[in-house]
Design a protein around this ligand. Structure first.
Ligand code: OSB
Ligand code: MG
Length: 369
């Protein structure tokens, strides 16, 4: 099909609750949203790049630049049978996975709509519901953390992820474990520690955590391998796995036992599927991570998580955990058993509310061949 138009926007929306990690705090979420149209159909996608280069070097502005100045000119005017050819078309662009992923994922929605099937089906998903966990930012004090966890457990979430950083780790985990002896708990350090601090993770071994996510630096696979040999708790990598080649390295070195795959981090759905397939065959357990997406990005993550390789609870929570009003209708909600249903309608399977999108748009540009 011919791509006739690409619309880029930056949207800005307030998070229900400030999100604090070892690399920063966020109250307003800004994101690039993409619309790609052709033959009377429109696909939607969302870019996971943040306002600053903290989680990754990409930012809203680098994504805007790479898409408008490089990706769109390479792709507009070209006939596109399916998203398969896209990565090859933009293969001369080094890195910038988040920009590529946003475009590729938008093409997947368009492709599924053209075939008249759901995105989950287009990707080869088999599950009709996915397991939902919740990720909590660093809190001011134990009481607010405990109170927050109580609330989420009451809502039905079956796994709690707590962000940690040096100085707010062992005591926090001990307090939470003491209050909730049976709840599946994991921690995420977003790369805030070094191998010299291994003793902290040896101590955390006492608290029966499901995993510790990204304890060491984002580019440090060999130290993760040393740490994994030293502790019992499985290490889960997030930032350290941006590509299939890093996945090969992590398996070869023994850097982790679990990986959190974010399609936006690895360059889109096709890359996510190939990394998931490889890791699954090599005994690494998987789940789908999140980046505080609006309903558009969430719908993409839900579709990916419906593949059978993803066996652990995902960082995909209900819409109201992130935003008072989502940009999709219906919003994502939690079932009684803590699951999220995989939409079965065509494409993303949820309606994108253009009115809501316009309300929160702060910048917009239309590109045509
Ligand atoms: O490390 O998983 C992370 C959000 C922004 C940047 C990095 C991370 C996160 C989360 C949020 O943990 C998970 C979610 O979207 O529910
Ligand atoms: Mg993480």
């Amino acid at each position: 099909m011919e791509i006739e138009e690409v619309v880029l926007r930056i949207v800005e929306t307030k998070l229900e609750r400030e999100f604090v990690t070892s690399f920063g705090r966020e109250h307003l979420r800004r994101a690039v949203i993409l619309e790609i149209s052709g033959e009377g159909l429109t696909g939607y996608g969302e870019c996971v790049a943040g306002s600053g280069p903290w989680y990754s070097y990409e930012t809203l502005q680098t994504v805007w630049h790479i898409i408008t100045d490089y990706i769109a000119p390479m792709v507009l005017k070209k006939r596109m049978q399916s998203p398969d050819g896209f990565l090859e078309q933009v293969g001369s662009i080094r890195g910038h996975n988040m920009a590529k992923a946003a475009f590729e994922m938008t093409l997947w929605d368009l492709h599924a709509k053209r075939r008249g099937i759901s995105l989950s089906e287009a990707l080869g998903g088999e599950k009709d519901r996915i397991e939902s966990g919740v990720s909590l930012g660093i809190q001011q004090d134990f009481d607010s953390l405990i109170g927050l966890i109580e609330g989420y457990l009451h809502e039905g979430y079956t796994r709690i992820k707590i962000k940690i950083e040096p100085g707010r780790d062992v005591e926090t985990v001990a307090a939470v474990r003491d209050r909730f002896p049976e709840v599946p708990i994991m921690v995420d350090a977003n790369g805030a520690y070094t191998l010299e601090q291994s003793h902290i993770f040896r101590t955390l071994d006492r608290y029966d955590l499901m995993m510790v996510e990204q304890p060491l630096g984002y580019d440090d696979l060999s130290h993760h391998a040393q740490l994994q040999r030293d502790i019992e708790t499985p290490i889960c990598l997030d930032e350290s796995i941006p590509s299939l080649h890093r996945a090969y390295d992590a398996v070869a070195l023994g850097s982790c036992r679990i990986v959190n795959i974010k399609p936006g981090r690895v360059g889109g759905h096709i890359k996510a599927k190939s990394i998931a397939g490889y890791l699954h065959r090599n005994g690494i357990r998987l789940w789908v991570g999140g980046m505080l997406e609006t309903g558009i990005g969430r719908a993409h993550n839900v579709a990916l998580a419906s593949l059978r390789e993803f066996t652990l609870p995902n960082d995909i929570s209900a819409s109201d955990r992130y935003y008072e009003e989502d940009v999709v209708d219906p919003p994502f909600t939690l079932e009684k058993d803590g699951a999220i249903m995989v939409p079965t309608e065509v494409g993303l399977g949820v309606e994108v509310s253009l009115d809501r999108l316009d309300e929160i748009t702060v910048k917009r540009e239309t590109l045509k061949p």
